[in-house]
Design a binder for this molecule. Structure first.
Ligand code: NDP
Length: 475
């Protein structure tokens, strides 16, 4: 069985407790890896190693950091097949998607390698003084990540942190720590000085909490549930630490009557069911103009029924299992609640036949839904597309904004005016118009309202790891 160790100060280590956890494959519940479990002592050791490495790493030239990050990206690509396989067997993502995730993580490292070179400040002349404004690395940072994109989301943090000159301690989710750890090992093996990037395992309320509260770490970059983010922000406030919080989402998709219905239906199926709906920018609510609702719904169902469900290691498979029984149960509960309040299941709504083991669930399309239902208000994090009709632009925008979340939103329309008008009125950090994804390394990503604080990706993502300093010169 595969053994996943922690990395502290450049050394692969067991935790102080010597305990190992076993990770089971969600597709068949077989054990796939043993994971060294850390506790608070390990978290402190990792933070101290990062603190010790900070003066050296922050004074290395940006060009040297850039070269090392490119080397790390190359090594991740070289090891992509292996990392992708571990990712698939620990959390159930189809192998094609796992490979795409790992390669995209390598691209993030390349992107931030270059972005780190553009550390540009200001020079301001004011008569007999000059003001120089520079950006400097924040210090030691804690990087805490969830299980649904364990490699890519870590790359979005480790890339800018290292490029900025910060040193870091990462803590992946206990549900899926293995591929993330391999990713960190690859970065380290590219020649990073010891202690610059560390990874510790363990539960959020022990190891995670230490990374949040220990004064050595100056900033917390967290991706996960809104409730955890709120706890982290409160705990960080005691030391006035910087926080970046990428939290839950409940993305609406609005399909107007002038949309390309085929394109909208296909994006809806991809975005609602990809990774079994376990994506923060999944389509969670579909609002379709009454005039085209029937046609659109029929197309969504046809495409949904064409999805191949199976062993996620099979490269032909579109959908694997969900990550855990808890996640599947929550999906079932949300569907039951909707049905009890009047929703109709058009397809799915249960486990597929022939999968006695593993956390499989059929992609589900619902109609006759409304905002009294949990599925329209809470993050299901499961493969469900609830379709609701609207009458007119005003109604669509009101429904889309009727949520505590504000991460992503999608619009399908062929009217440029309507696209701009609607996009500007939606309360979300990212709006996709006639596209089914809002992720681009060059553009900022983050949430409004209870979906978070701060931005990842783009030059703004790098700024999150920098402090600003004004040096005033008297002449
Ligand atoms: P959780 O909030 O449960 O956990 C995320 C990470 O935080 C895990 O590593 C967890 O450790 C750790 N953690 C838990 N409690 C604490 C604590 N008190 N202090 C420090 N760390 C802690 O989220 P999930 O893993 O369940 O991920 C799913 C959630 O992530 C969804 O809500 C989803 O929307 C969100 N998400 C947001 C994204 C975005 O960019 N906005 C992207 C992807 C997901 P452990 O689990 O090991 O105990």
């Amino acid at each position: 069985m595969y053994r996943s160790m922690m990395l502290i100060n450049g050394e692969r280590v067991e935790g102080a407790s010597g305990r190992f956890d076993v990770i089971h494959n969600p597709a068949n519940q077989e054990p796939v890896a043993e994971v060294a479990i850390g506790d608070v002592i390990d978290a402190v050791k990792a933070l101290e190693a990062a603190q010790h490495a900070f003066p050296g790493w922050s004074s290395v030239s940006p060009k040297r950091r850039c070269d090392l990050l490119h080397d790390a990206a190359d090594l991740v690509r070289e090891r992509a097949d292996r990392i992708a396989e571990l990712l698939t067997v620990e959390m159930g993502k189809p192998i094609r998607d796992s490979r795409r995730e790992v390669l995209s993580a390598a691209d993030s490292l390349d992107y931030f390698a270059e972005e780190g070179l553009r550390n540009i400040g200001d020079w301001i002349s004011t008569g007999d003084t000059r003001s120089i404004v520079i950006k400097q690395p924040v210090g030691v940072v804690s990087l805490i990540t969830p299980w649904n994109y364990p490699v890519e989301l870590l790359a979005w943090k480790a890339g800018p942190a290292l490029a900025a000159g910060c040193t870091a301690v990462a803590k992946p989710s206990s549900l899926a720590p293995v591929a993330a750890t391999e990713f960190v090992m690859a970065i380290n093996d590219a020649g990073l000085p010891p202690g610059v990037l560390n990874i510790v395992h363990g539960s959020g309320d022990t190891v995670g909490a230490e990374l949040v509260t220990n004064p050595i770490s100056r900033k917390i970059s967290f991706t996960g549930e809104t409730s955890t983010g709120i706890w982290i922000m409160e705990a960080a406030a005691r030391n006035l630490k910087r926080v970046s919080l990428e939290l839950g989402g409940h993305a609406p998709m609005i399909v107007f009557d002038d949309a390309d219905i085929d394109a909208a239906a296909s994006a809806c199926v991809r975005r609602a069911f990809g990774n079994m709906g376990q994506v923060c920018i999944s389509v969670n609510r579909v609002y379709v103009d009454d005039a085209i609702a029937e046609d659109f719904t029929e197309k969504v169902i046809r495409r949904t029924l064409g999805l191949r469900i199976g062993d996620p290691l099979d490269p032909e498979v579109d959908l694997g299992p969900m990550v855990s029984e808890a996640q599947r149960r929550k999906t079932r509960e949300h569907i039951e609640d909707a049905v009890n309040k009047g929703a109709q299941i058009l397809c799915g709504g249960r486990e597929p036949d022939g999968f006695a083991r593993g956390y499989y669930f059929l992609p589900t399309v619902l109609k006759d839904v409304d905002h009294t239902m949990r599925i329209m208000r809470e993050e299901t994090f499961g493969p469900v597309a609830p379709i609701m009709r609207f009458c007119g632009e005003e109604d669509a925008v009101r429904l889309a904004n009727d949520t505590q979340y504000g991460l992503a939103a999608y619009i399908y329309t062929n009217s440029l005016r309507r696209a701009v008008r609607t996009a500007e009125r939606l309360e979300a950090g990212s709006v996709g118009v006639n596209v089914g994804s809002v992720i681009d390394h060059h553009a900022p990503f983050g949430g409004w309202k209870q979906s978070g604080i701060g931005r990842e990706l783009s030059h703004r993502g790098l700024d999150e790891y920098m402090e600003i300093k004004h040096i005033r010169l008297g002449l």
